[in-house]
Design a protein around this ligand. Structure first.
Ligand SMILES: Nc1ncnc2c1ncn2[C@@H]1O[C@H](COP(=O)(O)OP(=O)(O)OP(=O)(O)O)[C@@H](O)[C@H]1O
Ligand SMILES: [Mg+2]
Length: 375
C-alpha cells in the first residue's frame, strides 16, 4: 500500500508530501490540486505499468490511456524549485516519491529546456514498483459515461485486463462477462443481495440509490457493442416486467454504475482512483456510496477518492464509527490552494468518527448558510 506520495515540481505543487491510507479522501476547493494527485499516480502507472507497450526506458509518457497531461511545459510547476535531493542536475526535474510499506521509490523526469513541447520526458529512476502496479487497477475520471443505447465491447480491455475505462465505458461489458463472479464473503458483499454474484451484488448496491431497480446486460449480436437495460420491479411504472434503456431512466443511475462496479472489483491487491463518486446522486445515495467505498477499502484495497460531498465525508466517518474502517485507515486531506500554491490540512478522524480539527472552508457551508438564514 502507498503510505505517502511526494510530488516535486508537478503542476500546482512545488513540493507536496501527502500521507495516504487504505482510503484517502481528497477534498477542497476547485482547482486546488486534488485531481492532480490522482493524475500523478495514473501518470506513473501509464509510464511504467504493465500496459505500457514499449520499454519504460522510453520515459514519462504524458499522454495515454489514463491521462492526457499535454507537454513537459504543462507538467512542470511554473515556479519550479531545486530538487537536488532527488537528482543533482542543473536541469529542472519533475519528481515523484512513492512510499510503500516505508520503502520509498523515486521516479524522476528531466525537463529538457530545448524540448518543452515534447509529450515524453526522460526518466531516471523507474524501479519495479508493486504498490503502483497493483491489479486490478481502476481509475474513473469525473467525466464518465452518460446514459446511452450502446456501450463498447472490448475483450482486451474489459475482460483480459478487467479495466472499466477512465470514463467507465467498459463497465457494461465487464459486468456482462463477469456477472457470475462471486464477491467473497466480507465487507463488500451486500447482505441484501439475492446472491454473492457480481450482477446481483451490483443490483443490491444500485438499489441503495434507487429502490427496486435491477439491471441486465447483453451483447448486441453482430456488432462490437453491448447493451444495458434497467427494470424497476413494479416500483416505477405500471408494467413491472418492462425493460428500460439507460436514456429513459434517471441519469444518476448510469453515472454511478462504474463507481459501484469499480468498488466491487476491489481485492486486497487493488488500487482504485475515483473522482467525484457522488456526482448526480441524491444526498442519501452519496452517503451510501461512501459506505461502499469504505467497504472496498476494508477488503484491503487502496482507494484514493476526490470528493466535494459532505455526505461522502460523513459516510466514511460513520463507517469508522461503526467499526467498518479503522480510524487510521481513513486519511482525509483538505486542499485549499488557490492555483498558485498548495496548502493541505489533514484532519484526523477518531474512533467515533469525529474530526480532530475543522478548518475554515472545510464542509462548513451548511452552518454558514444556516447562520445567515437564522440571523
Ligand atoms: N504547470 C503548472 N504550474 C503551476 N500550477 C499548475 C500547473 N498546471 C496546472 N496547475 C494548477 O494546478 C491546479 C490543477 O487543479 P486540479 O485539476 O488538480 O483541481 P481539483 O482540485 O481536482 O479541482 P476540481 O475540484 O474542480 O476537480 C490548477 O489550479 C492549475 O492552475
Ligand atoms: Mg478534480
Amino acid at each position: 500500500m502507498i503510505t505517502q506520495l511526494t510530488l516535486v515540481n508537478f503542476k500546482a505543487f512545488r513540493r507536496l508530501e501527502l500521507p495516504m491510507g487504505p482510503l484517502t479522501l481528497l477534498t477542497g476547493l476547485n482547482s486546488s490540486g486534488k485531481s492532480s494527485v490522482l493524475q500523478a499516480l495514473a501518470l506513473l502507472r501509464q509510464s511504467f505499468g504493465p500496459d505500457r507497450t514499449t520499454s519504460p526506458e522510453g520515459g514519462l509518457l504524458l499522454n495515454g490511456e489514463l491521462v492526457e497531461m499535454g507537454t513537459a511545459r504543462d507538467l512542470l510547476h511554473d515556479d519550479f524549485g531545486p530538487a537536488d535531493d532527488l537528482l543533482a542536475t542543473g536541469a529542472p526535474v519533475v519528481g515523484f516519491v512513492v512510499e510503500a510499506d516505508n520503502l520509498p521509490s523515486r521516479f524522476i523526469a528531466r525537463y529538457d529546456l530545448g524540448q518543452p513541447d515534447e509529450d515524453v520526458m526522460e526518466a531516471y529512476d523507474f524501479p519495479a514498483f508493486r504498490s503502483l502496479l497493483r491489479e486490478p487497477f481502476q481509475y474513473l475520471h469525473a467525466d464518465r459515461i452518460t446514459p446511452a443505447v450502446t456501450y463498447p465491447r472490448s475483450r482486451q480491455i474489459a475482460i483480459d485486463r478487467g479495466f472499466l475505462g477512465v470514463r467507465g465505458e467498459h463497465t457494461v461489458n465487464y459486468l456482462r462477462h463477469n456477472a457470475e463472479r462471486e464477491i467473497p464473503d466480507g465487507p463488500l458483499r451486500h447482505p441484501g443481495a439475492t446472491s454473492p454474484q457480481l450482477l446481483d451484488q451490483t443490483v443490491a448496491w444500485m438499489q441503495e440509490l434507487c429502490p427496486g431497480v435491477n439491471l441486465q446486460t447483453s451483447a448486441i449480436e453482430g456488432t462490437d457493442f453491448v447493451r444495458l437495460s434497467y427494470g424497476f420491479g413494479g416500483t416505477a411504472g405500471i408494467n413491472a416486467t418492462r425493460r428500460r434503456r439507460p436514456t429513459n431512466v434517471g441519469f444518476g443511475l448510469t453515472y454511478a454504475l462504474p463507481i459501484v462496479v469499480a468498488c466491487l472489483t476491489a481485492t486486497p491487491e487493488s488500487l482504485i482512483l475515483l473522482e467525484n463518486p457522488e456526482a448526480h446522486l441524491h444526498p442519501k445515495g452519496q452517503s451510501r456510496m461512501a459506505a461502499l467505498i469504505s467497504a472496498a477499502a476494508a477488503t484491503g484495497a487502496q482507494l484514493v477518492v476526490e470528493t466535494h460531498s459532505d455526505h461522502v465525508l460523513n459516510g466514511v466517518r460513520l463507517a469508522v464509527k461503526r467499526g467498518g474502517l479503522r480510524p487510521d485507515d481513513a486519511v482525509i486531506h483538505f486542499f485549499r490552494g488557490n492555483g498558485s500554491g498548495a496548502e493541505v490540512i489533514s484532519p484526523r478522524v477518531d474512533k467515533d468518527g469525529m474530526l480532530a480539527q475543522w478548518p475554515e472552508g472545510f464542509f462548513d457551508e451548511w452552518e454558514n448558510l444556516l447562520d445567515q438564514l437564522l440571523d
